[in-house]
Design a protein around this ligand. Structure first.
Ligand SMILES: Cc1cc2nc3c(=O)[nH]c(=O)nc-3n(C[C@H](O)[C@H](O)[C@H](O)COP(=O)(O)OP(=O)(O)OC[C@H]3O[C@@H](n4cnc5c(N)ncnc54)[C@H](O)[C@@H]3O)c2cc1C
Length: 604
């Protein structure tokens, strides 16, 4: 009932059919009870709208700031030690049978770790509470004839608003330039996992919103009429896309072809946003402010895409040299000319437009190793200075300078190479061939390469006193091609031990890495153990290996309380075994040793 009806109710010659065209050209009294009903209904509705906005903001901020809050706690005294004690119990263990990087049975997905699981459960509970609590009925109501209809309206509106509030978060967690990665110590893999779970929560809100709206209009006898309107159709587009995005992002589909998955995913996400936009634009004409959630979502996405373009443009088109390493199925790729300040755990997204035009849509992540780390002491240094011939016996002033420089260079050459840094800008990758774009890699020169990066898996420097680099010893555990993920940690710490397990078929990779001098700082100090499996040599027990080194660190320590960092990279089974080992040992030596664990897994 609107105000015209209220006025009409007190006018003798009311013409119900034309109420809306009336001009208020007389003085009338609105009956108090009708006025009160309208007032209370409008106030109740307004309170609900405000409540939904608070809920939306709460969910968005709690979702985004929880990782930040936990990182901030690491700056307080004693808390880092307390957290370190708790991690083997409540953060590191997997929630399902020691599987985290390994998929769950029937490939239905990956189980979160306990820490990730707690965030997800907490977030689900928060969403349920916000969707279900605080919907107070105001009856009699000017708009809804009974409490059921009224509450249905509030629940529909609330879930719609919360779904919109989740959109920026879903997009943020998926991004490569997620600002939370820069200010928290949570990993990129963790944010990707949250992206999938928050997207599922978003989908549930969309479904609840749609079902409740349908039921509400059906009970009012308006469903058929509403369903013909454009805003409704766009709403359906949004909900269907939300469901399709979740279904087609299942591990099964992601693994089929990355590029097809990616293109479909982006197209569906765009359709979802367009659907959301027109759903509220056509219905509310930007009067209620729902569009601000969408502006936030657009901003997050545009920022990520713009930053990616900028990173690509910064490096520009590059040329790569590729060398297939025997029958190991691994290709070594050198990309000269890249000057990046690289930190441990850095990776870059790479595409090779010349190898397959349609696969250029997707760039693939690979760990990057600075070429300067790959020098070998036997390397010949080619002097960049060549004295030009003047043709006369006299030395020109310029040449005199050059000759001096040459003398200086020959002096420098007499210093052993490993004691001084060599200038060799560029990055090296070792790529294991799979069925997609990597299957096209082989020995070749001058291959057009686009490089986007560098990106970090973990911001180890965010809480310097509590990070893995603050540990007294680092244990690196690599399985096969996983050497690329741990290689950049070798020179990041002074007390590093590397255990590398390689299958016999990967011997060519082993030889190439050893010849590259990458492991030289460790092999020189006897801090490298390579285990070639499949050649009669027993497979390394990872728990024993960690335990042995932890005990070693305890013996070497002159003080009470040792911090040991464990970093793993390898096959899913390998990484999960290391995780189980860390959990097991962490629980046993809790009081004596703080164990920090970082996984550089290739999973996503
Ligand atoms: C942070 C990170 C660092 C990595 N570093 C290396 C490395 O140094 N050396 C190396 O050989 N491999 C590395 N990988 C794995 C590498 O990205 C994939 O093996 C590669 O993308 C496979 O390409 P493909 O088209 O041939 O794969 P496909 O044959 O299509 O698939 C093979 C496997 O790779 C996965 N995959 C495909 N595309 C991607 C993608 N864009 N992102 C993540 N996974 C994908 C698939 O899910 C599947 O499990 C890394 C992965 C990540 C996430």
């Amino acid at each position: 009932m609107d105000i015209f009806a209220v006025v009409a109710a007190d006018r003798d010659n009311a013409e119900p059919d034309h109420q809306r065209d009336w001009t208020l050209d007389f003085t009338g009294v609105v009956p108090r009870d009708l006025w009160l009903i309208n007032k209370r209904s409008l106030e109740g509705f307004e309170q609900q709208e405000a409540l939904h906005s608070y809920y939306g903001l709460t969910i968005l901020l709690v979702g985004a700031l929880t990782p930040f809050a936990f990182t901030l706690l690491l700056f307080f005294p004693l808390l880092p030690t307390l957290f370190a004690r708790l991690r083997p119990y409540v953060v590191y263990p997997s929630t399902f049978g020691g599987r985290h990087v390994q998929p769950l049975p029937h490939g239905i997905g990956n189980a979160p770790t306990m820490g990730q699981g707690m965030y997800i459960v907490f977030f689900v509970i928060l969403n349920v509470i916000c969707s279900a609590v605080g919907h107070n009925s105001v009856q009699p109501n000017a708009f809804y004839k009974n409490t059921r209809e009224e509450i249905m309206l509030y629940v529909a509106n609330c879930t719609g608003v919360i779904a919109f509030a989740l959109l920026p978060l879903v997009i943020l967690f998926a991004g490569r330039n997620n600002f939370l990665l820069w200010i928290t110590n949570w990993s990129h893999a963790t944010y990707l996992l949250f992206h999938r779970h928050v997207a599922r929560i978003f989908m549930v809100h969309c479904i609840v919103h749609s079902i409740v709206e349908i039921e509400l209009y059906r009970s009012q006898g308006l469903a058929v009429e509403q369903m013909r309107l454009s805003y409704w159709v766009w709403g359906v587009v949004g909900t269907v896309m939300a469901c399709a995005l979740v279904v087609f992002s299942a591990r099964l589909f992601r693994r089929l072809t990355y590029e097809v998955f990616l293109v479909l995913h982006i197209l569906m996400a765009i359709l979802l946003l367009v659907g959301c936009w027109y759903h509220v634009e056509l219905l509310f004409k930007r009067r209620w402010g729902y569009e601000f959630w969408l502006y936030a979502a657009f901003a997050v996405w545009i920022f990520d895409r713009a930053a990616r373009l900028l990173r690509l443009a910064q490096t520009g088109p590059l040329r790569a040299e590729m060398q297939e390493l025997g029958s190991s199925g691994v290709v070594r790729i050198d990309i000269p000319g890249v000057r990046w300040s690289l930190h441990p755990g850095h990776h870059a997204y790479i595409s090779w437009p010349g190898l397959s035009w349609w696969r250029t849509f997707g760039s693939h992540p690979f760990s990057v190793i600075p070429l300067s780390h790959c020098q070998h002491p036997d390397d010949e240094v080619e002097s960049a200075i060549t004295a030009p011939s003047t043709g006369s016996g006299r030395t020109s002033p310029t040449l005199a300078v050059i000759t001096d420089l040459e003398k200086a260079v020959s002096k420098i050459r007499s210093i052993p190479l490993h004691t001084r840094p060599l200038i060799r800008p560029g990055v090296r990758l070792y790529v294991k061939k799979h069925k997609g774009i990597t299957s096209r890699l082989g020995s070749a020169r001058n291959i057009l390469t686009l490089l986007e990066g560098p990106y970090r898996n973990h911001s180890v420097g965010v809480a310097p006193n509590a990070g893995v680099l603050a540990c007294d010893r680092l244990i690196l555990l690599a399985g096969g091609i996983g050497i690329t993920g741990v290689a950049s940690w070798i020179r990041a710490h002074t007390n590093v031990k590397l255990y590398w397990s390689v299958r016999e078929c990967g011997r060519a990779l082993l030889e190439d890495v050893q010849q590259s001098g990458l492991l030289e700082p460790l092999s020189r100090l006897g801090r490298l153990e390579v285990n070639v499996t499949g050649s009669g040599q027993r497979r390394r027990d990872l728990t024993d290996t960690i335990e042995h080194d932890v005990v070693d660190a305890l013996h070497d320590s002159l003080v009470k309380g040792v911090k040991v960092g464990v970093i793993s990279c390898g096959s899913p089974e390998f990484c999960d075994s290391v995780r189980s080992g860390v959990v097991d040992i962490g629980r046993r030596v809790g009081g004596l040793v703080e164990l920090h664990y970082i996984e550089e897994a290739f999973g996503w």
